[in-house]
Design a protein around this ligand. Sequence first.
Ligand code: PHB
Length: 395
Amino acid sequence: MERIRTQVGIVGAGPAGLLLGHLLDRQGIESVEIENRSREYCESRIRAGVLEHGTAELLAQSGVGERMKREGLVHHGIYLRFRRRSHRIHFPELTGGKSILVYGQHEVVKDLIGARQAAGARIFFDVEKTEVEGMEGTAPSIRFHSGGRDYEIACDFIAGCDGFHGVCRPAIPAGALRIHEYTFPFAWLGILATVAPSSDELIYARHERGFALLSMRSPQVSRLYLQCAPDEEIAAWSDARIWAELQERFSTDEGWTLREGPITQKGVTAMRSFVAEPMQYGRLYLVGDAAHIVPPTGAKGLNLAAADVRVFARALDAYYREGKKELLERYSEICLRRVWKAERFSWWMTWMLHRGVAGEFAEQIHLAELDYVSGSRAAQTTLAENYVGLPYEEM
Ligand code: PHB
C-alpha cells in the first residue's frame, strides 16, 4: 500500500474537483485528486454549455479563462418561443449589463486539466475501488486502486466532487442527511449536430407536442433537445424522426427555418431535482452534483458546482492561513441558500416550458406564465437575473 499525505483529498475530476484543486493551488494549499474515469472520457463527455456571468469571471480571474474568452460565445439574451412566436429576453438591459457565455463544460474541463498539469498537480485517472474513511475525526483518508497498486491518501479534508452517482454521499450515514428529491415525469433527448446553429441565441420552445431547446457549442456545432418520455428508447429515434420532431416543435409564423445536419451524438437525459442537507459530514464536504441536482432547463448544474467550490476554497483559505473554522462550519448553510434558489428557478423554467403531463388546468397556467413573462418587464427581470446567475454571497 502506498501512502500519500496531502491537505485536501479530492474525489472526482469533473469541473468541481478540478476547479477546487486549481483554486487551492493558487492559495498555496496542497491537494491530490482521483477520478474513476479516463482523462479522455472527462475531456469529451458532452454536458451543458452555459456559463453564468460569475462563473466565467471566476474562471478568468483564476487564470484559466484564456481560451474561454477567445472561443466562448457571448450571448446577451435567450428566446422564449410559444404560440408560434418568439419573445426575446434581453439580459444586459435587465441585469445591469450582465450576459452569459456559451462554452461547453468539457472545454472547461480540458482547460482545467491543462492548468493542473502545468502546475504539476497529482491527478490519478482510471482509479478503482475508491473508499472514503475517518470523516468523523481529524484524519480522514481515501483509499483506491490504480495501475495494479493500492493507495491511501491521508488528508485533513475530503472534497466529495464525484457527482450524483459517486461514492462520497453514500459514505455518509443515512441518518445524518436529509434528502429532498423529485423526479420529473419527462426527460430530454439530446443531440449534437454538425450544422451552424439556426439562431444567434438559445431558443426555449413550448409546443403542443412538448418542449424543445436549440443550443450550440460553436459556430459549426448545434446542440438540440426535445422533451421525451423518461423511458424513451433512443433506438426508436432515427435521425430523420428527430429532425422532423424538432422542425415541428420549433415551427413559427415568423419565417424562421431550422437547419439540419449530420447527428454525431444522441442520448436521453433524466430530469431530477435533488438536494442533500447538510452538504457536510465531519471532514467530508460535498461539492456540486454530489450534493444537488437540478433539471437541465436553465443550465444551472455546472454553475452551482462552481459556486460551491468558491465557498469551500475560501473557507479552506481562512482555515489554513488564519486558523479560522467559521466559514468551514457555515459551508453548507452558505451554499444551500444559493442552491435552493437555483432549484426554484430550474423547477419553474422546467414546468413552464414542458407539457402534456400536468393536467389541463396546469397547462393553461404554464402558458399564462409564458404570456406574463413575455409581456412584463418585472417578470423578465426575474428570469434574466436568475439566468445570468444570482450574486454570490458575501463571506
Ligand atoms: C446546452 O447547451 O447543453 C444547454 C443549454 C441551455 C440549457 C440546457 C442545456 O438550459
